[in-house]
Design a protein around this ligand. Structure first.
Ligand code: SF4
Ligand code: SF4
Length: 277
């Protein structure tokens, strides 16, 4: 069975789709957004060992050239993440879909479903298909939080067990998207359209970040894509400094007025529900 690196599991989350959900974060991403709020999920660990020395709890060690993590000893100080120059984490765990299911099934009486995120969870369609199938057999829903940089419509089997997707639209022009993430926006745009068309798009998400991209253009593009689908929400996320890499920590945060102006722009383009967080 395919095993993937799991960065973390949050038992209960009310910001990752409908209702109360267990959120599962997978390691590894195919974008490198300047403002990434969890940059330790971007790359796979190279086992350089730099984080082992800074761990105050003895939770990290090197064995046969690999970093070994002992969650039982970890105090959650995140010194290892700060010491990693590779945008990675030593606290990941290799898990199959069955192992993840075993870890989360105790939460089922209290949740509406699960959401997989990352990193970029859609890089692991085989794993997702197996996990989603097991979760749906228990009557829970499956949501995929994705940057849209893989052609989701190709994963036919996965889509049969995916209830909803939540897709990022990082920027409204190719140039802005490239500058911000290292990749163009064509695939996210096509995924948004195709998932909306088959009724599997819960929301699109834009992080509003002044000075780097033209936020108005992003919102106008996103609104145009979903305005024909009244059930699809537009979530506008206020960029905040929390968790970002030092090199990007001086990016200006948007004002409340700017967020409201963008909300009005989305509504004027026909979007029925705009959420600002
Ligand atoms: S998590 Fe980072 S610092 Fe630690 S071993 Fe892996 S690459 Fe090196
Ligand atoms: S968060 Fe990292 S550095 Fe801190 S105790 Fe856990 S493994 Fe060690």
């Amino acid at each position: 069975m395919e095993a993937v690196l799991v960065n973390k599991i949050i038992p209960f989350s009310c910001v990752d789709g409908f209702g109360n959900r267990t959120a599962i974060f997978l390691q590894g991403c195919n974008q490198d957004c300047q403002y990434c709020h969890n940059p330790e999920t971007i790359h796979l660990c190279t086992h350089c060992g730099a984080c082992v020395a800074v761990c105050p709890a003895g939770a990290l060690s090197l064995a046969k050239g690999k970093v070994v993590y002992d969650p039982g000893k970890c105090c959650g100080c995140d010194s290892c993440l700060k010491a990693c120059a590779n945008d990675s984490s030593p606290k990941t765990q290799q898990m199959t879909a069955g192992m993840v299911y075993g870890r989360i099934q105790g939460y089922f009486p209290f949740i509406d479903g699960i959401t997989t995120s990352g990193g970029e969870c859609a890089l692991y369609p085989g794993f997702l298909t197996k996990l989603y199938r097991m979760v749906k057999e228990r009557g829970k829903t499956t949501y995929m939080d994705t940057n849209g940089q893989v052609p989701l419509w190709d994963f036919k089997e996965l889509l049969t067990v995916t209830d909803q997707t939540m897709i990022d639209l990082k920027a409204g022009t190719k140039e802005d998207h490239l500058r911000l993430t290292g990749r163009s926006h064509e695939l996210p745009v096509e995924n948004i359209l195709r998932m909306a068309e088959i009724g599997k798009l819960y929301e699109i998400r834009t992080v509003v970040v002044p000075d780097i991209v033209d936020n108005r253009k992003t919102v106008e593009l996103g609104s145009g894509l979903i305005s024909g689908y009244p059930q699809v929400r537009y979530k506008l996320i206020k960029y905040r400094h929390y968790g970002v890499r030092k090199a990007f920590s001086n990016i200006r945060e948007p004002s409340d007025e700017m967020m409201e102006e963008l909300r009005r722009a989305a509504v004027s383009k026909g979007v029925k529900e705009v959420v600002i967080v």
